[in-house]
Design a binder for this molecule. Structure first.
Ligand code: ATP
Ligand code: MG
Length: 617
C-alpha cells in the first residue's frame, strides 16, 4: 500500500480538481444554452458541403496523408530508438553499433522533416486554392443578388463573409482536418508503442486518460464560450468602425467626437475583457494538462526507478534504463496531441460557424433572375409599355399602383412628380433592378421577363440619381464595359461637356479617383457619369435627376447635347428643373404612385398639382 502512496496522492489531487471543474461546468452549461444556438445547419451537413470544395483536390490530400505517415512514424519510432541508444551506451558497447543507431535515427529524422515540410507546403497551397474558390463563389453570388437583396444585407456583413469568414474556413482545410487525423494517429501509435514496450508502465500512464478527457471536455465548453464572446465583440467593433469612419466628417462638423469616442472606448474595453477571458481559459487549461503530464512523468520515475532497484522488474515485468527514457519521451508525445486536439476543436467550431454563414449567403436565391427558357435580347427598336404595373418594396406598402403608359421608339418621355412619388422606381423596374409584383413591362411588344437580365441591361444607358464612381482612373469609370479608344471617350466627353474638366486635370483620362471619388465635385461626378451613359450608344437612355448638381450654364450646354441624343434612342428623363422636360414628347405626372395626367407640356394642367406650379417655370 505504502508503495502506491504517490499514485494515491496524485489521484486525490486530480479528484478534487475534477470535482471543482465539473461544478463550474454545470453552472456554465445552463447559461450556455442562451448564448449558443442559432445554428441551423448540422455539422454533418456543413462538412459535406465543405468536402465538396475539397473533392477536386483529393489527390493532393492523399499525398499529404502519405507524407504525414512518415512524420507520424518518426514520432512513434524515435523514443524506442533513443531508449535503445541509452541501453547501448550504458553497457560495454561497440562504437559501430552506436553509429548504426545514430545514423538510423538521423535518417528517420531527416525523412520526417522533409515530409513535414512538403506536406505543409502542399496543404497550404491546396487550402489557398479551396479558399479562393469559396471567396470567388461568394463574390459572384453577391453580384447576382438583386438591388432589393443588396440593400437588405449590410455591406459590412458581406465584406466579412468574403474575407474573414472565408479565411476562417480555410483553416479547416489547412490545419483542422489534417491535424485531427495526424493527432489521432500519433495518439494511437504512441499508445500501441507504449504497450508493446512495457504494458505495466503503459497502464500507469493510461490511469491519467480519464482526467485528461474530462478536462478537455470542460475546456472545450469554456473556450467555445470565450471565443464566441470575442468574435461577437470583434464584429461589434468592426460594424461601429465601418459606420463611424465613413461618417467621421459629420461627427467632426457636429462636434460629436467626444460622444463617439466614449462609445468606442466602451466597445474596446468590452473586447479587451473578452480577449482576457480567452487568455484566462487557456491559462487554466494548459497548466492543468501540464500538471497531469508532470505527475505521470514523476510516477514513471518513481515506479520505474523502484522497479529497477527491485531487480529490474515492476509487477513482474522487466524494466531497464532504456525503457524509462523511451517512456519519458512517449509520455510527452502522448500529451501533445491531446492538447492539440482540444485546442483545434475551437478552430473547427469557428470554421463551422463561418462556413454556415457563407453557405447561408450562397443559399440566398437571387430574387431577380432569368426565367426558364429566357432568350437573348439582340436588337431593340425602343418601344416601351407599362401595363397596369403594381410594385412595393415592403409588403403591402404599394409604391406604384396600376401604372400604365406607352412610349414609342426614339421618343423622349419625362417623369415628374413630388419626392417619393415613384419616379426612380419606374426606371428601376424597366431594367429589372427589381421585378414587378403585378402587371407587365414590354419592350417592342415583348415582356422583359422573356429576356435574360444581362442581355436586357446591355441596351440601357443609365444615369442614376446618386452617382457612384469606382476608385480607379477616369477612363475606367467611363468605359466600364469594353475597351474603347481614347478618341471615342473624348468624343463622348465633349458631347456632355466633360472635356473641359478632363483637360484641366493633370493626368487627363488617367487621373486617379480616390475611394469615394471625393477629389471631384458633385457636378463633375455627374458629368463623368453622363459620358459613361452615352459611350456605348444605348438604344434606351435613362436619366434620373441627371443635372441636379450642375450649374445652369453647363446645363444649357448639356441640353444641346441631349437634343442631339434624343434622336438616337428612346429617352426616359426624371428632372425637376431640366428644360428638356418642356420639349419632351410626353410628360407623365406621378402622384403617390399613380399617374395623374400625361401629355405634352402645353397640354398639362400642372398648376393644379399642389407644390408643382413652380417646378417647370
Ligand atoms: N429600397 C427601398 N426600400 C423601401 N422603400 C423604398 C426603397 N426605395 C424607395 N422606397 C420608397 O418608395 C417610394 C418611391 O421612391 P422613389 O425613389 O421611386 O421616389 P422618387 O419619385 O424617385 O423620389 P425623388 O424625387 O426623391 O427621387 C418612396 O416612398 C420611398 O420611400
Ligand atoms: Mg428618385
Amino acid at each position: 500500500m505504502y508503495n502506491y502512496f504517490p499514485l494515491l496522492a496524485v489521484g486525490a489531487t486530480l479528484g478534487v480538481f475534477s470535482a471543482a471543474i465539473i461544478t463550474a461546468y454545470m453552472l456554465v452549461k445552463r447559461k450556455s444554452k442562451v448564448v449558443l444556438g442559432g445554428r441551423t445547419m448540422t455539422d454533418g451537413e456543413l462538412l459535406k458541403r465543405l468536402l465538396n470544395y475539397a473533392k477536386p483536390h483529393a489527390k493532393s490530400f492523399v499525398v499529404v496523408l502519405v507524407l504525414m505517415l512518415f512524420s507520424i512514424a518518426y514520432e512513434v519510432v524515435s523514443p524506442a530508438l533513443i531508449g535503445n541508444i541509452e541501453e547501448l551506451i550504458k553497457a560495454d558497447f561497440a562504437i559501430d553499433d552506436l553509429i548504426k543507431y545514430v545514423a538510423l535515427y538521423v535518417s528517420i529524422l531527416i525523412v520526417s522533416l522533409v515530409c513535414t515540410f512538403l506536406h505543409a507546403i502542399i496543404l497550404q497551397k491546396t487550402g489557398q486554392k479551396i479558399i479562393s474558390k469559396i471567396r470567388e463563389d461568394a463574390f459572384t453570388h453577391i453580384e447576382e443578388l438583386s438591388h432589393g437583396q443588396l440593400s437588405e444585407i449590410p455591406v459590412g456583413k458581406l465584406v466579412t463573409r468574403v474575407s474573414n469568414d472565408a479565411e476562417s474556413v480555410s483553416r479547416m482545410f489547412t490545419s483542422v482536418i489534417v491535424n485531427l487525423v495526424k493527432n489521432v494517429l500519433v495518439l494511437l501509435g504512441v499508445t500501441a508503442a507504449m504497450f508493446a514496450l512495457n504494458y505495466t508502465l503503459a497502464l500507469i500512464v493510461m490511469c491519467f486518460a480519464p482526467f485528461i478527457v474530462l478536462f478537455t471536455v470542460v475546456f472545450r465548453k469554456f473556450s467555445r464560450l470565450a471565443f464566441r464572446k470575442e468574435k461577437e465583440c470583434t464584429a461589434d467593433i468592426n460594424a461601429f468602425l465601418s459606420e463611424n469612419l465613413s461618417g467621421m466628417k459629420i461627427t467632426q462638423n457636429f462636434n460629436r467626437t467626444d460622444l463617439k469616442y466614449s462609445q468606442f472606448a466602451k466597445k474596446s474595453k468590452k473586447f479587451s475583457k473578452a480577449a482576457m477571458n480567452t487568455i484566462f481559459v487557456f491559462g487554466v487549461f494548459r497548466p492543468v494538462v501540464y500538471f497531469i503530464y508532470i505527475s505521470s512523468i514523476l510516477l514513471l520515475f518513481y515506479f520505474g526507478g523502484k522497479g529497477y532497484l527491485d531487480g529490474g522488474k515492476i509487477l513482474g515485468v522487466e524494466i531497464t534504463g532504456g525503457i524509462i527514457v523511451s517512456f519519458y519521451m512517449y509520455i510527452t508525445k502522448f500529451f501533445d496531441p491531446i492538447q492539440n486536439l482540444a485546442e483545434q476543436f475551437n478552430v473547427m467550431q469557428s470554421a463551422f460557424a463561418s462556413a454556415e454563414k457563407i453557405f447561408t449567403l450562397l443559399d440566398v436565391s437571387p430574387s431577380v433572375k432569368d426565367d426558364d427558357g429566357a432568350i437573348e435580347l439582340e436588337t431593340v427598336k425602343g418601344d416601351i409599355e407599362f401595363k397596369d404595373v403594381w410594385f412595393y418594396y415592403v409588403e403591402d406598402v404599394w409604391v406604384l399602383k396600376g401604372v400604365s403608359f406607352k412610349i414609342r421608339a426614339n421618343e423622349t418621355v419625362a417623369f415628374i412628380g413630388p419626392t417619393g412619388s415613384g419616379k426612380t422606381t419606374i426606371l428601376s423596374l424597366l431594367c429589372r433592378n427589381y421585378d414587378v409584383i403585378k402587371g407587365e413591362i414590354l419592350i417592342d411588344g415583348v415582356n422583359i421577363r422573356r429576356y435574360t437580365v444581362k442581355s436586357l441591361r446591355r441596351h440601357f444607358g443609365q444615369m442614376m440619381q446618386d452617382v457612384f464612381l469606382f476608385a480607379g482612373t477616369i477612363r475606367e469609370n467611363i468605359t466600364m464595359r469594353d475597351d474603347v479608344t481614347d478618341e471615342e471617350i473624348m468624343k463622348a466627353c465633349k458631347f456632355v461637356n466633360a472635356d473641359r474638366l478632363i483637360n484641366k486635370l493633370p493626368h487627363g483620362l488617367d487621373e486617379e479617383l480616390n475611394q469615394r471619388s471625393n477629389n471631384l465635385s458633385a457636378g463633375e461626378r455627374q458629368l463623368i457619369s453622363f459620358a459613361r451613359m452615352i459611350i456605348h450608344k444605348p438604344e434606351i437612355m435613362i436619366l434620373d435627376e441627371a443635372t441636379a448638381n450642375i450649374d445652369t450654364e453647363t446645363e444649357a450646354l448639356i441640353q444641346n447635347s441631349l437634343e442631339k441624343l434624343m434622336k438616337s434612342g428612346t429617352m426616359l428623363v426624371v428632372a425637376h428643373r431640366l428644360s428638356t422636360v418642356k420639349n419632351a414628347d410626353n410628360i407623365i405626372v406621378l402622384y403617390h404612385g399613380k399617374i395623374t395626367e400625361q401629355g405634352k407640356f402645353s397640354e398639362l394642367k400642372l398648376n393644379e398639382i399642389e407644390g408643382y406650379s413652380e417646378v417647370l417655370d
